[in-house]
Design a protein around this ligand. Structure first.
Ligand code: ATP
Length: 437
């Protein structure tokens, strides 16, 4: 299977099984926006929960935040986004093409669409999406849909310290929507105009910044592999000096080998004291930290691990996609880490016309569903039901048959090995919970 075929198959499966739909599809779709269907919303929620657990709940030095999408416009002047958050854009001069492109996407000076070599001069295109608030649409009411969640954290730095009495080093984590008017959205959900970010700002004394930067790089890389992304498809790419913002001491991307090539999942940046200094300057509020022991006042340095929820969800989906031949038939299986699988267990009756079997299967399902995300399905023959669950990554299928009515045992089938085991009903829940981790 070629890489292009793999991407086509994942995209088709995502739509067919209700992971991801194009936004406003019945109206012809809106470019750069996607909707998560019944299984997609579970998958994405699992990704976010896994991130929140690992960065907030499992640590003592990070707290959470959920800041508003709309912020005071001065925020974006302070952060530099109003002046600098732009891509250079050119138009292809071939009149049958006229494609609008990012200048850095030209392939050896040629249009990637038509091969043309004539372009308009590059011009800066600000990526922030604008809207207005209040009844008057004049310039005083212009606000932006945030292009990153990070600034919501910086402007709340003093609030969080006052509320929690945190001492350095500590971090603030946030998951939320961001918006960018990307010139060329594409590669499915990889580059979109509306997306969710998972960001941490980790504040530390300047002398600790280099060590904390290294720690975060290692811990963020491990998060992806712990959740099952294959190591050979992941790499760290330290930025070259000329890629770095003028204030940054370093930045390293976690990249995934997508079917369309190695691309960024997350960036971990050592940002120095730029952000808090800028907001102090623009707001007039002193955002320095006072050391409670030495009484020294200084601007903390910041390490920023900034990842994309949609991009990592796409990577988990692509990485999980497997095709196997079983008894001369194709088996498609999403081998998600159990933590990420949208459905953990499917309870299936072997004979849907046998009332005893159906009643027992439904009873088992409602008993399990208080602790485990599970479904009941009797809409096809058992072989087909197994294939359907494999295709969406359900970790276990529990089958109820005639024998179950007598011996109070069911067959538990493992998604990856397809091994089947008879398990007594009295220990089914414990068995599944232990295996699911
Ligand atoms: P790129 O170079 O791919 O445009 P970036 O370096 O501008 O990304 P950051 O500003 O560092 O991205 O944003 C942090 C993370 O947010 C990215 O690593 C990515 O996972 C996610 N992200 C950024 N832009 C988009 C987008 N348009 N669509 C989906 N996710 C995005």
């Amino acid at each position: 299977m070629s890489q292009a075929e793999l991407m086509d198959k994942v995209t088709a499966l995502a739509k067919r099984r209700g992971f991801i739909f194009q936004s406003s599809e019945i109206y012809g779709g809106l470019n750069g926006a996607w909707d998560y269907g019944p299984l997609g919303v579970e998958l994405k929620r699992n990704v976010k929960n896994a991130w929140w657990q690992s960065t907030v709940h499992f640590r003592d030095d990070v707290v959470g935040l959920d800041a508003a999408i709309l912020m005071h416009p001065r925020t974006w002047e302070a952060s530099g986004h109003t002046a600098n958050f732009a891509d250079m854009m050119v138009d292809c001069k071939n009149t049958t093409c006229s494609r609008r492109l990012r200048a850095d996407q030209l392939k050896d000076g040629k249009c990637p669409n038509c091969g043309g070599t004539a372009f308009t001069p590059p011009r800066a295109f600000n990526l922030m999406l604008k809207t207005s608030i209040g009844a008057m649409e004049d310039s005083s009411s212009v606000v932006y849909l945030r292009p990153e969640t990070a600034q919501g954290i910086f402007v709340n730095f003093a609030n969080v310290i006052d509320a929690t009495h945190r001492r350095l080093p500590f971090g603030i984590a946030q998951i939320g929507k961001s918006f960018r008017n990307e010139i060329t959205p594409g590669n499915f959900t990889f580059r979109t105009r509306e997306f969710e970010q998972m960001e941490i700002e980790y504040f530390c004394p300047p002398a600790q910044a280099a060590a904390r930067y290294d720690e975060w790089i290692q811990s963020r890389f491990a998060w992806y592999t712990d959740l099952g992304l294959r190591k050979e498809n992941l790499r760290l790419r330290p930025h070259e000096k000329d890629e770095l913002a003028h204030y940054a001491a370093g930045c390293t991307d976690v990249e995934y080998n997508f079917p369309f090539g190695w691309s960024e999942l997350e960036g971990i940046a050592n940002r120095g004291d730029y952000d808090l200094k800028q907001h102090s300057k623009f707001s007039g509020k002193d955002l320095q930290y006072q050391d409670p022991v030495t009484q020294e006042r200084f601007f903390p340095h910041v390490i920023e691990p900034s990842g994309g929820c949609d991009r990592s969800t796409l990577a988990f989906l692509v990485d999980a996609y497997h095709e196997e031949t079983v008894n001369d038939a194709l088996r498609v299986v999403l081998k998600f880490h159990p933590k990420l699988s949208p459905i953990k267990v499917a309870v299936l009756p072997l004979l849907k016309k046998n009332e005893g079997i159906v009643a027992l299967a439904k009873k088992i399902k409602s008993g399990l569903q208080k602790d485990i995300v599970c479904v009941y399905d009797d809409t096809a023959a058992i072989g087909k039901l197994y294939r359907r669950q494999d295709e969406v990554g359900t970790v276990f299928c529990v089958t109820v048959d005639v024998q179950s009515l007598e011996d109070k045992k069911v067959t538990v089938r493992d998604r990856d090995t397809m091994q089947q085991e008879r398990i007594g009903l009295e220990r089914l829940s414990e068995y599944l919970k232990e295996k699911l981790g």
